[in-house]
Design a protein. Structure first.
Length: 463
C-alpha cells in the first residue's frame, strides 16, 4: 500500500503535544468517548475437568511485538457457565494490562484478541469494549501502541509494594485524535501490512543472533574438549579435526574422548571455591571501599563495577572475591544464562557480591581463562543444571558438584593457544551480534515511528 506525508496546509493543531498536528477533518475527543465499557477480568478456580473449565488469557499471552494475544500456551480455569458470559472474549476485543509491569515494560500495554475460540481473561487485565459506530479495535490497537511506546500513559500508573497498577479513569481521560471509520480501516490495514514486513525482517535477524549464540557454544565445546586442534599459522589460527588415533577415553561421560596427551583434573585440584575472607578483615574500620556486585551486574564475560561500598558494610553476608577470580552465578536461571565473568578493575582489587554468586580462585593464574571457558561448556552446563538442588526458582548448583567437576587440562602452551583463539572468535562473534542487535533496535524504532505517524494522521494512505 502506498502513502504520502501530508503538508501543513492539510493539518491543524490537535492541542495535544504528543499528537501534534492532525488532518483538518480529524476529530479530537476524550478517549473515554469512544469506549462503551472497561471490564476487569476474572481468575476463577483450579480446573475441575467439567463443563465450567475454560481457557483464560493471561499477561503471558500478550505478544508485545505484534500487539496480539497468542494462544500457544493457554491456562485453563474453572468458572461457572453463567458467570463466563460476562467475561467471554470475541474476535477483535482489546485487552489492557492493569496490574504487574516493571520499569522496562510498565502496565498499560494493549493487545487485540484475534481468535474464535471461547476464552475469558484474567483479573490482571481488563477488556475494552468500543463504541463500534465511532471506533474500530484494529485502529485503536495501534493508537494505544503509540500511547504506550511514547510512555504517554505513565500519568495513569501507580506503584505500591513493587506492583504497578493502571488507573483506568486517568488512562481513558486523555484526549486522542481519530478519523472516520473508513480511514481507520485503511490505516489499520496499512499498518497490518507494514508491521508484518518489519516483524519478518526483525525475526530473521533474531534467528541469526540465536544461530551465532549456538555457534559460540559449539565452538567452545569442540575446542576445550580437544575434538579439534588449534594450530597457529602466519595468518592467525586454524582448526584441525583430531584423528581417532590421537584420542583417548577421558573416563568422564560428558567429556567423551580427549587428546591422549591431555590430563583430566577436578576443579578442586586447580582452584579454591569461595576463598576465606580472613586476609581482607584487616581493612575493617578503615573506611576502605570495595566494588559491590549485585547478581544482575554479572553477565557473560562482563561485570558492572559501578557500585562501591565500605568493606565493613559488606564483609559479612556477601560473597568475597578479588581481581582475576572467576565469578559465576549458582542459582537458576542465572546459571543457565551463563552469568560468568573474570573479575577485573575492582575497587582496591576487592569485590563483594550476591550470595548467589560463586567465586573461583585458581592456584595458578595461567589456568584462569581456560577454566573460564570450560565452565561454559555446553555438556557441563546441562549436567550441572540437572544436578541442581532446591525448590522451584531457587535451585542452585551444589558446591560439591562444582568442586568435583572434571575438565580437560592440556599443557600450558596449548591452553594459551586455545584461549587466544577463543578470545578472538568470541570477540568476532560478539561484534556481529552487537551490529545485528543495533539493526533490530533501529527497525523497532522505525516501526514505532510509522505507527505513530499513521495513527496521528501525519501520513495519508493512498490505496
Amino acid at each position: 500500500m502506498r502513502y504520502r506525508y501530508r503538508n501543513n496546509e492539510e493539518m491543524k493543531d490537535s492541542g495535544e503535544e504528543w499528537i501534534g498536528l492532525i488532518p483538518i477533518n480529524w476529530n479530537v475527543l476524550m478517549f473515554k468517548r469512544i469506549v462503551e465499557s472497561v471490564k476487569n477480568g476474572v481468575w476463577g478456580d483450579e480446573p475441575q475437568n467439567n463443563q465450567d473449565d475454560i481457557p483464560c488469557i493471561r499477561i503471558l499471552n500478550f505478544n508485545r511485538n505484534k500487539m496480539e494475544i497468542v494462544i500457544d500456551d493457554l491456562t485453563t480455569r474453572n468458572i461457572p457457565l453463567i458467570k463466563q458470559r460476562d467475561y467471554l472474549l470475541k474476535r477483535g476485543d482489546l485487552l489492557i494490562e492493569k496490574s504487574g509491569g516493571g520499569d522496562k515494560n510498565p502496565v498499560g500495554f494493549v493487545a487485540i484478541y484475534n481468535h474464535n475460540i471461547p476464552a475469558v481473561y484474567a483479573n490482571f487485565m481488563a477488556k475494552i469494549s468500543l463504541r463500534d459506530e465511532i471506533a474500530k479495535s484494529k485502529f485503536v490497537k495501534y493508537m494505544c501502541a503509540t500511547i504506550y511506546n511514547k510512555r504517554i500513559h505513565l500519568d495513569s500508573v501507580n506503584q505500591t509494594t513493587g506492583i504497578q497498577n493502571l488507573a483506568s479513569d486517568v488512562y481513558f481521560k486523555r484526549n486522542i485524535a481519530i478519523p472516520g471509520i473508513i480511514e481507520q480501516k485503511k490505516i489499520a490495514k496499512f499498518l497490518d501490512e507494514k508491521t508484518a514486513q518489519f516483524d519478518s525482517i526483525i525475526s530473521k535477524k533474531q534467528e541469526l543472533i540465536q544461530k551465532l549464540e549456538e555457534a559460540k557454544k559449539s565452538l567452545i565445546s569442540e575446542v576445550v574438549t580437544g575434538k579439534v586442534k588449534v594450530v597457529k599459522t602466519s595468518e592467525g589460527y586454524e582448526l584441525i579435526e583430531r584423528k581417532r588415533e590421537e584420542m583417548k577415553d577421558s573416563g568422564v561421560e560428558w567429556l567423551g574422548d580427549v587428546p591422549k596427551e591431555w590430563d583430566i583434573k577436578k576443579v578442586k585440584h586447580i582452584a579454591v571455591l569461595n576463598p576465606t575472607k580472613a586476609k581482607v578483615r584487616k581493612y575493617i574500620d578503615k573506611e576502605f571501599e570495595v566494588s559491590f556486585i549485585p547478581m544482575d551486574s554479572v553477565r557473560l564475560g562482563s561485570i558492572n563495577i559501578e557500585q562501591n561500598k565500605r568493606i565493613d558494610d559488606v564483609i559479612d553476608g556477601y560473597t568475597y572475591f578479588e581481581n582475576n577470580d572467576i565469578i559465576m552465578a549458582k542459582v537458576t536461571p542465572c546459571f543457565e544464562n551463563r552469568n560468568i565473568a573474570i573479575a577485573e578493575n575492582l575497587k582496591n582489587g576487592i569485590g563483594f557480591g550476591s550470595t548467589e554468586l560463586n567465586a573461583i580462585r585458581c592456584f595458578n593464574k595461567k589456568d584462569i581463562p581456560f577454566l573460564f571457558y570450560n565452565l561454559q561448556e555446553e555438556n557441563f552446563m546441562k549436567i550441572a543444571t540437572y544436578e541442581m538442588t532446591g525448590a522451584g526458582g531457587l535451585k542452585r548448583v551444589p558446591s560439591s558438584f562444582l568442586l568435583n567437576a572434571q575438565f580437560t587440562h592440556p599443557k600450558i602452551d596449548e591452553k594459551i593457544k586455545i584461549v587466544e583463539y577463543l578470545n578472538d572468535k568470541m570477540l568476532e562473534i560478539a561484534k556481529v551480534i552487537k551490529k545485528t542487535k543495533d539493526q533490530i533496535k533501529v527497525l523497532k524504532e522505525a516501526k514505532q515511528s510509522l505507527i505513530s505517524e499513521a495513527v496521528t494522521g501525519k501520513i495519508e494512505i493512498l490505496d
